[in-house]
Design a protein around this ligand. Structure first.
Ligand code: GRF
Length: 209
């Protein structure tokens, strides 16, 4: 059973999910701590949050590499230097390549109830479809776009006057709490994956493996 004490968190934007993990891991009983933060761009709030918490950072921009494969390898090498037990893609707006996916378990978070509305505009797409309930999904990443085994989901209502920004903020409040809860459980209790079924400790019921 895998456990997850050392976290490398990847960000592309405001980093509020990262901040929630930083805040949670200030308590040693949480069982996990952020050992590095990586980004695919400069000048983002997520990197400022990491620096404020004295967590080392790295930036690897896709445009700095001749090929996607070389960027993939560079990202994997930067992550590997911190020897993480778990990589958390928390608002990281790139699909990770096999050098990272083959080397580390990667947890991802998405602001919709997968398999509905995958991709970069999950909130906008759910709103445009007219759903009355959406939510967030924490899943293990694979090589697809939001296709990996689902770890946890939580529903969030869509209200009549919602626009994308308002709905996304409502989802993110839930998403941060769920991500912190799941990372902590995975760190403290371990997890197993069988096909698409993810089991954390004994929390999903049934026999543990
Ligand atoms: C989250 O809703 C994440 O699921 C999505 O982008 C948002 C990132 O927010 N991909 P933040 O950077 O953690 O504030």
């Amino acid at each position: 059973m895998s456990k997850a004490g050392r976290l490398v968190v990847l960000v592309s934007g405001s980093g509020t999910n990262l901040q929630a993990l930083l805040d949670a891991s200030a308590d040693p009983s949480y069982g996990a701590r952020v050992v590095a933060v990586g980004a695919d761009r400069d000048g983002i709030e997520g990197l400022v949050r990491a620096a404020s918490a004295d967590v080392p950072t790295f930036v690897e921009k896709l445009g700095d590499y001749p090929t996607r494969g070389e960027w993939d390898a560079a990202v994997a090498a930067r992550i590997a230097a911190y020897e993480p037990d778990l990589v958390v893609s928390a608002g990281f707006m790139k699909i990770l390549g096999t050098p990272t996916l083959d080397a580390f378990p990667v947890l991802n978070t998405h602001p919709a109830l997968l398999p509905s509305f995958p991709g970069a505009h999950g909130v906008r797409d759910a709103l445009a479809h007219g759903v009355k309930v959406t939510g967030c999904t924490v899943m293990l990443a694979d090589e697809g776009v939001d296709t990996g085994p689902i770890v946890a989901q939580e529903a969030v209502p869509v209200l009549p006057d919602d626009d994308e920004a308002v709905l996304h903020e409502r989802i993110k409040t839930v998403e941060r709490r769920l991500l912190v809860e799941i990372v902590g459980l995975m760190a403290r209790e371990g997890w197993t994956v069988s096909g698409r079924m993810v089991r954390i400790g004994n929390h999903t019921g049934g026999e543990s493996t």
